[in-house]
Design a protein around this ligand. Sequence first.
Ligand SMILES: C[S@@+](CC[C@H](N)C(=O)[O-])C[C@H]1O[C@@H](n2cnc3c(N)ncnc32)[C@H](O)[C@@H]1O
Length: 268
Amino acid sequence: MSTIYELTGAGDRYFDGLVDKFSRSLYQAPRGELRLAMLDYLLPQMLRLDQQPVLDIGGGLGQQAAWFAERGHSVTMAEPSIDMLDYARQWHREAKGLPHEAIRYVNAPLQALIDEAPGPWPLITCHAVLEWLGDPRAAIAVLASLLAPGGQLSLMVFNRDALRFSNAVKGNLEKALNDRLEGMGKRQRLTPISPVTHAQIETWSAENRLAITEVAGIRVFQDYLRHPPTSDDERDTLLALERQYCRHDPHWRLGRYLLYTLTKPEAA
Ligand SMILES: C[S@@+](CC[C@H](N)C(=O)[O-])C[C@H]1O[C@@H](n2cnc3c(N)ncnc32)[C@H](O)[C@@H]1O
């Protein structure tokens, strides 16, 4: 496996060399389990799903692509890191038993999809990708142009305001005070280089004539627990708590991730 931990010329951080680290520190940990459980709960509420084709951008290890394929959508998964894409392809076949025609794989970054997978798409997912880009604002314009009229974008971003809060809770008071929250994207660090605020999403959506039709917070409470769950019963109670408040103001605003449905207007 390659060990490229540098930013691209555009200032993006592809996850080459990070398969093990990413899967260990997120998806083999309670926070990854909770994220998937919350997406499983929220996506059917926040999206109109009718087995339409879906483009999953920056699909990572492939969980979201598998989720849609298992529900009868034809899925195109785009991912610029060949390490991640190879892992996803193998996992889809061997662990999920998906037929090879269920998912099309495109080894390309978001910025190249106007050429590589132009659509236009009735449904796009772009989860936890913007915060790894040098220019997340420009990415929203690309996403808007890939969407069909009336199409839906499921966008999940790492919440800058929650990052400040968690730094304070961990005792990194200087960092929080000086608002030095971004990671550098070096080595194997998984602190995002471009954490995003709700206000930015509001501005960038409006600039591209996308309407915010739904919003939720993912992992509103989990990261702040002094006594993390130790039994299945306690984990179930935490999941129930997250479900109960993930769409309630003010709680959703401090979710570690913000999950949006952005909708493109029907053509006039
Ligand atoms: C935190 S992971 C998220 C993966 C997956 N969407 C998920 O939610 O688990 C970020 C992913 O974005 C990818 N990425 C980085 N720059 C990108 C770009 N310019 N276009 C598309 N994906 C990009 C990385 O390679 C990595 O797989």
